[in-house]
Ligand binder design. Structure first.
Ligand code: GDP
Ligand code: MG
Length: 744
């Protein structure tokens, strides 16, 4: 074969069958398939294609060179280490583009570097193509030098793609796969490689849309060729397997030649028959191939016996090319409907997968929208919880613990009740002692106190998230019963210890002192109660966020983001309790409530009555009728004066009684005011209803005011989801384009 004088592109046109002979409609069909291939869809949906397979050195690469005019640099192509896809396309512009398609399942790094590889060469002549080829081999990371002891693999599943465009090109896609081999060669190929190549070949030929070119040299026994066995496995009826015999020029013995000729002549059931081609031999070192010269040489060769006696359609490259086009056309026609179906099904599946991933959260806007939906749902749930509209959402039917306002009422009622019976330190004088049990609790300090022990009613306080609120809540408090023994006795002691020169009256510090004594437990009770209320609210917010935000990662980040602000708002409620305590315990004893005066007078009246009672006489009916005064008991005025003088010696000092009565009347007013203050301000206002309540930390406003960084921190997808989404989107785009092409 002679060297081409000037580099020119292949001249396949001369030997090509007229394109029109396949018919216009068929042409369009082939075009569609080619366009699909161009989209790169064949990695997902197999397209009709031609694969040349056979043993090492069978002549596969040489065959493809003869068919397409692409000659692989001989030094490198010692043996093929990866599949090469050669795509010939008829285009106005001449171009040769070399790219690499990463093996499916390659690492991200590898896939990226491999995808970046793209070289445009002007022709297949000279060092240019050889260099590109070497570069590609390097990018794929395979070992080319058997003497180097690198751990790089010898074979790869990456695919080298050579697109050859030009006005005289034929639409033809051919794939060259590494040759099958049986023996390992030290330093270069291992047993593992042998299996790898076999599997690779099997994968390439298994699809029903693939036409198998089973390549075998004339000078071997066809029965021993592994590829014949492989092809029979995947295509038992031989409907898509074409035998190609190479190296007829090397078959020197007549018997060998005749055996080959017999194969070609024979009618076979297990494949589409055999044909013979003559490629250039090992001694031909020209860097390019002159197709016309090649064809002429081949044709001259086949004019000799025994080849000249054979059917011309089975001899030589031009005939084979025509045959291939026919086969490809048939395959394409018969497979087209199923390709269409498969594209539609794959597209549907990809869309479903994308849908299942939920809304994309790559961009700030998407992240804001995503969190916005969560915030709206959360705000709705909060509203239902506050309005006791429990039919508003399933979640309230599932868990009664989440019925916020109802729980708070129960809690406040229990607090008020407990406060009424047990809030004071010592029983007031006139109280009938309530029968309060549980006296043992107090004595046994080792029993750990639960938060609900504060109340007398059965309640439960959720404590799972207690740790979030470190430094805000106070320790649980188990309210002890009021001490037995009258406050009056204590007041007498206090009075004696504190009195000055006042006569018939008492110092201004007496009432506050007595009141403070009675209010000893207020601080712990109130703070423990509001701590409990905070726990209920905190638990509610946490549960509602969980309900509104199903994505665990986002939920965690969101929770971390709002926790600090929640803490600040809980703290406000606690601060308000301390404010109320300060007012009640350290301020002046002030009240404008009319109840106070009424209570005080009635206490004094009662005391007077008790004292006069022994001196009272019942007026008889006659006297009553006679004097006209009403029925009842009467005391003589003289007795009243006398009694008052007499009691001073042995009974309680009336000043102490007065102190007691004022303290009691004031305590009752203050208690009502304080309990109300805790429930109305600390709990309801600060924890629930105010527009700055913890329930309103998170919501649509919060999301609207978030910066891009905050959104990224909270709502961004994890890397895996993001890349899955990207891949799916790419696939959908591709498949949609495919659908368009198929419809056109
Ligand atoms: P592959 O391993 O199947 O790709 O085989 P190659 O195409 O690399 O061919 C192996 C050797 O056989 C090369 O030196 C080719 O030049 C030579 N060869 C291939 N086909 C023919 C042919 O038809 N005639 C002759 N004489 N040599 C051939
Ligand atoms: Mg090869």
């Amino acid at each position: 074969m002679k060297l081409a004088p000037s580099p020119k592109l292949t001249n396949v046109q001369a030997s090509r069958m007229d394109a029109d002979s396949v018919g216009l409609g068929n042409r369009a069909l082939l075009d569609k398939v080619d366009k699909l291939r161009e989209l790169g869809i064949s990695s997902q949906i197999p397209l009709p294609q031609i694969v040349a397979a056979g043993e090492q050195s069978a002549g596969k690469s040489s065959l493809l060179e003869s068919l397409t005019g692409i000659s692989f640099p001989r030094s490198v192509s010692l043996c093929t280490r990866f599949a090469t896809e050669i795509i010939c396309r008829r285009e106005k512009e001449i171009s040769i583009v070399v790219t690499i398609q990463p093996a499916s399942g390659s690492s991200d790094d590898h896939a990226k570097s491999v995808r970046e590889f793209r070289r445009t060469v002007s022709s297949f002549t000279g060092e240019e193509f050889a260099d590109v080829f070497k570069e590609a081999t390097k990018v794929m990371g395979i070992k080319t030098d058997p003497t180097s002891d690198s751990s790089a693999p010898t074979f790869t599943r990456d695919v080298l793609r050579i697109e050859k465009n030009g006005p005289s090109e034929e639409h033809l896609t051919l794939i060259d796969v590494p040759g099958i081999f049986e023996n390992e060669s030290p330093g270069l190929t291992t047993k593992h490689d042998i299996e790898l190549v076999k599997n690779l070949v099997k994968e390439y030929i298994k699809d029903t849309r693939t036409i198998i070119l089973a390549v075998a040299p004339c000078n071997t026994d066809i029965a021993t060729q592994t590829i014949i066995r492989f092809a029979a496995e995947v295509d038992p009826k031989g409907k898509r397997t074409l035998g190609v015999l190479t190296k007829p020029d090397l078959a020197v013995e007549t018997a060998t030649k005749n055996a080959a000729a017999e194969l070609v002549r024979g009618r076979r059931n297990d494949n589409l028959g055999y044909c013979v081609v003559r490629n250039r031999g090992a001694d031909d070192h020209s860097v390019t191939i002159d197709m016309d010269a090649r064809n002429a040489e081949e044709s001259a060769f086949f004019s000799q016996e025994p080849w000249s006696k054979l059917d011309k359609s089975r001899l030589g490259i031009p005939a084979l090319r025509a045959r291939l086009r026919e086969l490809l056309m048939d395959r394409t026609k018969s497979e087209f409907p199923s390709v269409k179906r498969e594209v539609a099904a794959t597209l549907k599946e990809a869309k479903e997968q994308l849908q299942a991933l939920g809304d994309s959260r790559a961009e700030t806007d998407e992240q804001r929208a995503y969190l916005g939906h969560i915030a709206i749902r959360f705000a709705d749930l909060v509203k239902f919880g506050l309005d006791a509209y429990y039919n508003g959402d399933e979640v309230f039917l599932k868990s009664k613990n989440l019925r916020l306002i109802t729980r708070m009422r129960d809690l406040n009622d229990a607090f008020a009740e407990t406060f009424y019976w047990m809030g004071h330190q010592i029983e007031f004088e006139s109280d009938t002692k309530p029968t309060l049990s549980d006296q043992e609790d107090e004595e046994d300090g080792s029993v750990s106190v639960r938060r609900e022990d504060l109340y007398d009613s059965p309640l439960s306080i959720p404590i799972e998230l207690e740790e979030d609120l470190d430094g805000i809540l106070i320790e649980p408090f188990d309210c002890p019963d009021p001490q037995n023994g009258s406050l009056l006795n204590r007041i007498q002691v206090m009075y004696k210890e504190n009195r000055g020169y006042e006569l018939g009256t008492f110092g201004s510090s007496m009432i506050p002192a007595a009141f403070r004594l009675q209010a000893t437990k207020w601080e712990k009770m109130a703070l423990a109660h509001v701590s409990n209320a905070i726990l209920v609210v905190h638990h509610f917010i946490n549960a509602m966020i969980a309900e509104a935000c199903p994505d665990e990662t986002v939920r965690y980040a969101l929770w971390q983001a709002i926790l600090e602000e929640l803490g600040k708002r809980y703290q406000r409620a606690m601060d308000h309790v301390r404010f109320l305590l300060d007012v009640e315990l350290n301020g002046k004893s002030v009240t404008c409530v009319p109840n106070f005066e009424t209570a005080l007078s009635s206490a004094e009246g009662k005391r007077m009555m008790d004292r006069l009672k022994p001196h009272a006489v019942e007026i008889c009916e006659q006297t009553q009728k006679f004097s006209g005064i009403s029925k009842g008991e009467y005391v003589r005025i003289e007795d009243v004066a006398e009694l008052n003088g007499e009691t001073r010696q042995n009974e309680v000092d009336p000043v102490c009684e007065k102190i007691h009565d004022v303290t009691k009347a004031y305590y009752e007013v203050a208690r009502a005011r304080f309990v109300d203050g805790i429930c109305v301000y600390a709990v309801d206002h600060f924890l629930l209803s105010s527009k700055d309540s913890p329930l309103r930390v998170f919501g649509p406003d919060y999301v609207l005011s978030m910066t891009a960084e905050q959104l990224e921190m909270i709502a961004a997808e994890d890397a895996a989801t993001r890349s899955t989404r990207l891949r799916l989107k790419e696939r959908i785009k591709l498949l949609e384009q495919a659908v368009k092409i198929l419809r056109a």
